[in-house]
Design a protein around this ligand. Structure first.
Ligand code: PLP
Length: 426
């Protein structure tokens, strides 16, 4: 993003003024911030790892504890939000967030579980077509998941799982080159499984283009939105991806181990010959409690549900999704681009040459991937000592995310002050 910052922008006053003009400024007050020893709020730039707690969350969970106290098992039907259809409270919000129809999204399980469940249906290797593409430097769990799926079907994962590689050594991919790499093995490939942005570099991939190419060659496309959900704007339905999965404890602030999301494109709904692992929560709602022996799937993504879901986790997710609905992902992305643009600008103008912004020139969301040229081992700790929460990835990467729902321009400015101290410039 090209920015419109000038010398004046490198001041606390300027940052405070920007915050006053910010149409989303009221959301910051709706979150609990961990405190520094000095009694100041931490500068919390780790929303890509664990989002902060919305103040309403306690109340929303308490409501369900009260229902349990008051109604026992009848809480499935009684109380302000009966549990039986509780997950449906999330559906519209998820649909808006990822650009899907409401029949295509559901809140269930956790991310890696959903990834496996989706691959049961959409990784269907044949003798000739069995390879899975995944990006190099994918999140380890994703690699373990695809490797183990390949082995489950009797393949050697070292042969069946192919890593898409950046054109130049490093973390940044060229999209045309990604497609060329798939093209070379298209006849042997069954599935492409990518992040919609990579968890480490934050680079966003062109899913529409990749999916269009893959589908021309009979290849399924699955996407991990762990770093995209609540961060990037998406149109999963129009992009035609076959499935997507995401966790909700990062940008979506649903709390540790929060319940995950799953998207399955509607063209795969109601397919009788699609293999699927099944459980009673996927059963036709009219007959679920007749407890019959025959599975009759719900004709939507809900057919992939297995168990009755954890209501307290769903309550936490509901409280956060209300904030996303209120703010809207479009407005959040707009503010996010300004905040992250400001962060990038201030880093470049103050610390040129000392810190590389790995994802400066690529499409991305709110996260900056910073590579430190000196003092790497100390850096994570130094930031923390100064009340800044970022995360460190071996050997020299810091991921820093001003999340537009609760971070401010002032946070970005204060971050740059700490960065000066950390780099020993003061
Ligand atoms: C955070 C993250 C995960 C975590 O998986 P869980 O099943 O939620 O523990 C997986 N993949 C990616 C890309 C992630 O960023």
């Amino acid at each position: 993003m090209k920015n419109s910052f000038d010398r004046e922008s490198a001041s606390l006053n300027w940052a405070k003024q920007k915050d006053q003009q910010d149409p989303l400024r009221s959301f910051r007050k709706k979150f609990h911030f961990p405190m520094q020893g000095s009694g100041q709020k931490q500068i919390y730039f780790a929303g890509h790892s664990l989002g902060l707690m919305p103040k309403k969350t306690e109340e929303y969970i308490q409501i369900e504890l009260d229902s349990w106290k008051k109604y026992g098992v009848e809480g499935h039907f009684e109380g302000p939000h009966p549990w039986l259809p509780y997950h449906e409270n999330i559906t519209q919000s998820f649909a808006r967030l990822v650009g899907a129809k409401s029949s295509e999204v559901v809140a269930m399980n956790t991310l890696t579980v959903n990834l496996h469940l989706a691959m049961v249906s959409f990784y269907r290797p044949t003798k000739k077509k069995y390879k899975i593409f995944i990006e190099q430097h994918a999140f380890p769990s994703d690699k373990y998941a695809v490797d183990s799926q390949a082995r489950f079907h009797g393949y050697d994962h070292r042969e069946a799982v192919v890593e898409l590689k950046p054109q130049q050594p490093g973390l940044i991919f060229s999209e045309d080159d990604m497609i060329e790499q798939i093209d070379r093995l298209k006849d042997e490939t069954a599935l492409v499984m990518l992040g919609n942005c990579n968890y480490l570099s934050g680079q966003q991939f062109d899913l529409r283009k990749i999916t269009e190419f893959a589908h021309q060659h009979g290849i399924m496309v699955g996407v991990n939105l762990a770093h995209g959900a609540g961060n990037l704007e998406m149109k999963l339905h129009d992009w035609n991806v076959d499935f997507a999965v995401w966790c909700s404890y990062k940008y979506l602030n649903s709390g540790p181990g929060g319940i995950a999301g799953c998207f399955i494109h509607e063209r795969h709904h109601g397919m009788k010959d699609l293999p699927r692992f099944e459980g009673w929560w996927g059963q036709n709602k009219q007959t679920r409690f007749k407890m019959g022996p025959q599975f009759d799937p719900i004709p939507t993504v809900e057919a992939w549900q297995l168990s009755n879901p954890p209501i307290f986790q769903l309550a936490a997710l509901r409280s956060s999704m209300e904030l996303f609905d209120e703010a809207s992902i479009g407005a959040l992305r707009k503010k996010g681009d300004e905040l992250t643009g400001y962060l990038a600008w201030i880093i470049e103008s103050k610390f040129d040459g000392k810190v590389e912004i790995v994802n400066r020139e690529v499409s991305r969301g709110s996260m900056l991937c910073l590579r430190f040229k000196t003092g790497q081992a100390q850096i994570g700790k130094l930031f923390r000592n100064h009340g800044v929460i970022v995360d460190f990835r071996e050997p020299d990467i810091i991921r820093a995310t001003p999340a537009p729902l609760y971070n401010s321009f002032e946070d970005v400015f204060l971050f740059s002050e700490v960065l000066s101290q950390v780099l020993g410039e003061k």
